[in-house]
Design a protein around this ligand. Structure first.
Ligand code: ZN
Length: 196
């Protein structure tokens, strides 16, 4: 498989049940929604909550990722990816995310000495649908990265989007680190978790 191919099992297992009104990938229920539907929800929350809408959107991403961890573990297992290191697993999962249409994820940097990682995303579905913004908007993906990292490493991490294509430029970039590395914003992070 080249790095641009959809990981095994996504395309082949796509099942559309018109009678039942169900679409499944690898036996799991999915649905096709337009990005505008997701962004409408996102912007309604911002209208209600202002900048603090970031917290529930982030937490939704984190919870969604943790709920899907078993799905990704099974995908890795069936692809024979149980033995490789974390980098190989993450690269495989990034291809899966591309296959699901979220954008092209790649590991920009990784430092095992302090358990940090930066992930870049080209063609973020959220940023593209959101339009221009003065601040990052891909809160759902930030939470999703944190949820995946927690599920696969067992570490208590947090993720912040440090640049977003909605602000200009062609990529979004996310920084993942142990929770204690975010001391400056720790009260907001813990508050979001409490509400979540
Ligand atoms: Zn973004």
């Amino acid at each position: 498989m080249t790095e641009h191919e959809v990981p095994e099992g996504i395309k082949e297992s796509l099942e559309i049940d018109l009678e039942g009104g169900c679409l499944r990938v690898r036996g799991e229920r999915f649905c096709l929604v337009t990005p505008t539907m997701l962004i409408a929800l996102h912007k309604e929350l911002e209208t209600l909550m202002g900048k603090s809408a970031k917290a529930p959107i982030y937490m939704a991403g984190e919870k969604a990722a943790r709920a899907k961890a078993g799905f990704y573990r099974q995908m890795l297992h069936e692809a024979g990816m149980t033995e490789p290191g974390e980098t190989e697993k993450l690269e495989y999962l990034s291809r899966a995310m591309a296959g699901f249409g979220h954008g092209r994820f790649e590991i920009a940097s990784m430092d095992p000495s302090n358990s940090t990682m930066n992930i870049r995303v080209k063609n973020s579905l959220i940023a593209e649908a959101y339009g221009t913004s003065e601040t990052p908007v891909c809160h759902f993906y930030a939470g999703y990265h944190a949820g995946i990292a927690k599920a696969f490493t067992g570490m208590d991490v947090h993720c912040e989007e440090i640049r977003c294509s909605a602000m200009g430029g062609d990529v979004c970039e996310f920084h993942i680190a142990p929770l204690e590395a975010f001391a400056a914003i720790l009260p907001q992070v813990m508050s979001a978790r409490h509400r979540g």
